[in-house]
Design a protein around this ligand. Structure first.
Ligand SMILES: N[C@@H](CCC(=O)N[C@@H](CS)C(=O)NCC(=O)O)C(=O)O
Length: 217
């Protein structure tokens, strides 16, 4: 188990940082959850590696960015990854599939420079093109994920069987906002729907979901 002290830097949103917060909760590991106000961001951006967040800082010295790199790191540290190279590849391809949905969802709320503005583009053609891209990704990824889950012991457990991994938590996080916008999104994917319920009621995640503050994104 890691002995580092961690601070996670992101906006006051769930967004791309929520998977990391869930991993900390699932592992019961303390960290500083630093939430940057949008009004402070232009002042801080130049000091942030790569000018983006989330960023995970270790022991007040080492700083890493890229949400999925951080997610994989925490999953390996805390035991929410696979045990073998093959298992890890399964966990990662599933997580990356859900991250594609996350990427295309977030893109709908970014401006032309890539900055997150948390509203859809004012040009309806641009907004429509981004929405179409997001919907196309969902139509491609979700049936494949349903099938991937089902092929493993009938899909009535987690993606890796008895043990919850980052892949299951990504299924929960990446679909949180899309499902708030379209509650019927998983109607054709009962195994994924049930999996999300298993994540939500997991003994480490349920108390976290109750105590976390809900944000729009
Ligand atoms: N691929 C990166 C994307 C990171 C990213 O786009 N972060 C956004 C917030 S979700 C950001 O920091 N944007 C800077 C800005 O809005 O100016 C990751 O997964 O971490």
């Amino acid at each position: 188990m890691a002995t580092s002290s961690y601070s996670l830097h992101y906006f006051n949103y769930r967004g791309r940082a929520e998977i990391c917060r869930m991993l900390f909760a699932a592992a019961n590991v303390q960290y500083q959850d630093i939430r940057i106000d949008r009004s402070e961001w232009s002042r801080i951006r130049n000091r942030m590696p790569g000018g983006m967040m989330p960023m995970l800082e270790f022991d007040n010295k080492t700083q890493y960015i890229q949400s999925m790199a951080i997610t994989r790191y925490l999953s390996r540290e805390f035991g929410f990854h696979g045990n073998t190279n093959m298992e890890m590849t399964r966990v990662e391809f599933i997580s990356d599939c859900f991250n594609e949905i996350m990427d295309d969802y977030m893109r709908m709320y970014q401006d032309s420079s890539g900055a997150i503005v948390f509203k859809k583009d004012s040009d309806p053609n641009v907004a429509r093109a981004k929405t179409l891209r997001f919907e196309t990704t969902c139509e491609r990824v979700l049936p494949f994920m349903e099938e991937t889950l089902q092929r493993f012991d009938g899909g009535n457990l987690f993606f890796m069987g008895e043990k919850m991994t980052m892949a299951d938590m990504m299924c929960f996080c990446a679909l949180e906002n899309p499902m708030r916008e379209n509650p019927a999104l998983l109607n054709c994917y009962p195994k994924l729907q049930a999996l999300r319920n298993r994540v939500m009621s997991h003994h480490t995640i349920a108390p976290y979901l109750t105590r976390r503050g809900m944000t729009e994104f």
